[in-house]
Each structure stands twice: as structure tokens, then as C-alpha cells.
Ligand binder design. Structure first.
Ligand SMILES: Cc1cc2nc3c(=O)[nH]c(=O)nc-3n(C[C@H](O)[C@H](O)[C@H](O)COP(=O)(O)O)c2cc1C
Length: 170
């Protein structure tokens, strides 16, 4: 990576995000990848998107199965994020050993203790340069609103520091 590429990535890194693990059940087993490109697209219909690099094994598996699940991670799930971002992990279902998950209505794994999960059907897969924009229609979701979120900022994990309570003028 040259200086200009590093500077560009650093600029993008100033955009703080949450962290998700995007997973699927394909004909050859489970696959999952850490992704912070998750975003809501539309409320009616309920559409979300995630941008996956064209080289992602999980991307191929999602396009094969037509379904995926998104697990929005809490602050206690940093290890899970690091695991599914690592290139060294065992591929496919073997990479899920030691993780705790249940299956959604499409058979996709969703991780226990996540702050929210979304069960999605692939609505569209759009070309996006060296990534593919996977748009999913949300068929079902779960939510644990009080879960402290895992954040990602400037290439590092971060935790939410609640803003100081506003003092009401008396
Ligand atoms: C915090 C974080 C966020 C990431 N977000 C994305 C993302 O949105 N899209 C993507 O393609 N890769 C993303 N990655 C990199 C993938 O997790 C990583 O390349 C993974 O090994 C791909 O696995 P796969 O080839 O099995 O799909 C992210 C990594 C980290 C640590």
C-alpha cells in the first residue's frame, strides 16, 4: 500500500462504525465474515446492505445460498469479530468451533449475545468496484437494545463512552 492509499484509508477510518458478523449456510456448510459496512437502506420494504470484497469466501457462499444473517456485535464480542476477520481461521463450518450460535429461519447462523440479528434474503447484488454491494430483504430480526455496542474507529476497536448527562437549567 503506498502513501496515498494509506492516507485515503486513514481518512475513511475517521468514520466510526459498529461491527457485525455476516454469515450464511451454503451447500458446503457455514461461512461468516466480520463486516463494518453494514447499513440500513429502506424501512418499507425492510432492506439492509453489506459491502463485501470480491475475494471474500463468504460473499461467494451468500450468492450461492441466497440468504444471510447479520449479527450486530456487542462490546463483549471483540474476540468473535477478530476471529471472523482473521485469514488464519479454519474455513467453512470448522471456523465456527467454539462460537455460540443458533440458526435463523433460513438456516443461517446468528451469534448468541449479539445486540441485534437480521435474517435476510438476497434482494440484489450490485457491482461496487472491488466490492459487491449485497442488498438483503429482512425477513425477521431479534433485538437486545440495552447491549453495549462494539465500535470500530481509526483501525481500532472502541467502546461507547456515554455523553455526560445534560444538566437541566434550573
Ligand atoms: C472491523 C472489521 C470490519 C471489516 N469489514 C469488512 C467489510 O465490510 N467488508 C469486507 O469485505 N471485509 C471486511 N473486513 C475484512 C474481513 O472480515 C476479512 O477479510 C475476512 O477474513 C474475510 O473472510 P472470508 O474471505 O471468509 O469472507 C473487516 C474486518 C474488520 C476487522
Amino acid at each position: 500500500m503506498d502513501h496515498e492509499q494509506r492516507a485515503y484509508r486513514a481518512a475513511l477510518g475517521g468514520f466510526a462504525t459498529g461491527v457485525t458478523v455476516v454469515s450464511t449456510a451454503a451447500s458446503d456448510g457455514f461461512h461468516a465474515t466480520t463486516a463494518n459496512s453494514f447499513t440500513s437502506v429502506s424501512l418499507s420494504p425492510r432492506l439492509v446492505l453489506v459491502c463485501l470484497t470480491t475475494g471474500s469466501r463468504t460473499l461467494g457462499a451468500i450468492l450461492d445460498s441466497g440468504f444471510f444473517a447479520v449479527s450486530v456485535l456487542g462490546s463483549a464480542q471483540e474476540d468473535l469479530s477478530a476471529h471472523f476477520a482473521s485469514r488464519d481461521r479454519a474455513p467453512g463450518s470448522a471456523g465456527f468451533a467454539g462460537t455460540r450460535f443458533t440458526l435463523d429461519r433460513h438456516g443461517c447462523p446468528r451469534f448468541t449475545d449479539s445486540s441485534a440479528t437480521f435474517a435476510c434474503r438476497v434482494h440484489e447484488a450490485l457491482p461496487g468496484g472491488d466490492h459487491v454491494i449485497v442488498v438483503g430483504e429482512v425477513a425477521a430480526y431479534t433485538s437486545r437494545p440495552a447491549t453495549d455496542p462494539l465500535l470500530f474507529h481509526e483501525g481500532r476497536y472502541a467502546r461507547l463512552e456515554p455523553a455526560a448527562a445534560l444538566e437541566l437549567a434550573g
